[in-house]
Design a protein. Structure first.
Length: 248
């Protein structure tokens, strides 16, 4: 007599999981966009809307535009996936690979340009500029690593989209960091982690287990915070001062 193993609970719940996922990731993307606008509102978006312009070097405006382009690409992709436009999602994803590389390149250019411009304008001293460098460099390392893994697993949607969330969370550090000007630092760090924490909560609620990508990503982001004390260490400051002076 033939025997049949009973399907797992996750297999039985696949239609329900897909339905929840259809709404969850677009809402999560909107939340991440809200973090960007909240963090940059006092220094950029607020003056841009209320005064019609923001005085910044062109390279910084270009960096900001490319960063916003990533958020626009993110919401477009999750909406296409949510409504079942898989072919369009994959076609746009081909452009997304090149765009992700552009985000890294432009991010690294702005990383070195911003402190140099501040020093030349007399707004920062060399020590402040040197201490700034490891922060955005870390952002780009985290983003580039998560984005690369997202592309490597683009044929495995559940893995792919979680790596995209992690890549975007890495970019949110700049917005969350600016929130520290008007909220306590622990609260700003919590906001930075919040999209990933929500994703972890979603996995636990819908799958009854933690997705490995979310668990690994959480650990990597925690390790990434070590760049904060490293940025003020004398070991780094000696190197950072030399870099800034060479560029100024």
């Amino acid at each position: 007599m033939a025997t049949f193993s009973s399907p797992s609970a996750e297999v039985l719940n696949q239609p329900r999981l897909k339905s929840r996922s259809r709404y969850f990731f677009p809402v999560l993307s909107i939340l991440m966009i809200a973090v960007v606008f909240t963090g940059f509102w006092p220094s950029y978006f607020g003056p841009l809307i209320t005064q019609g312009r923001v005085v910044r070097p062109l390279i910084i405006h270009l960096h900001g535009a490319i960063f916003l382009g990533w958020m626009a690409l993110l919401i477009a992709q999750v909406i296409l996936a949510a409504i079942g436009k898989v072919r369009a999602h994959r076609s746009l994803g081909t452009l997304g690979i090149a765009y992700g590389l552009l985000v890294v390149v432009m991010g690294l250019i702005a990383t070195f340009a911003a402190p140099v411009l501040h020093v030349r304008a007399g707004e920062w001293d060399v020590d402040r500029a040197a201490g700034f460098l490891p922060i955005p460099i870390g952002d780009m390392v985290l983003f580039g690593g998560f984005f690369g893994l997202a592309m490597a697993y683009r044929r495995k949607p559940e893995i792919h989209k979680r790596f995209i969330v992690l890549a975007t969370v890495a970019l949110l550090f700049a917005a969350a960091g600016r929130m520290a000007a008007f909220i306590p630092v622990p609260a700003a760090l919590f906001i930075w982690f919040s999209p990933l924490l929500i994703c972890i909560g979603y996995d636990l609620a819908s799958r009854r287990r933690l997705h490995p990508v979310s668990a690994i990503g959480f650990g990597v982001l925690l390790v990434g915070l070590l760049r904060l004390p490293f940025a003020t260490s004398e070991t780094w400051m000696r190197m950072g001062r030399a870099i800034v002076r060479a560029l100024v």
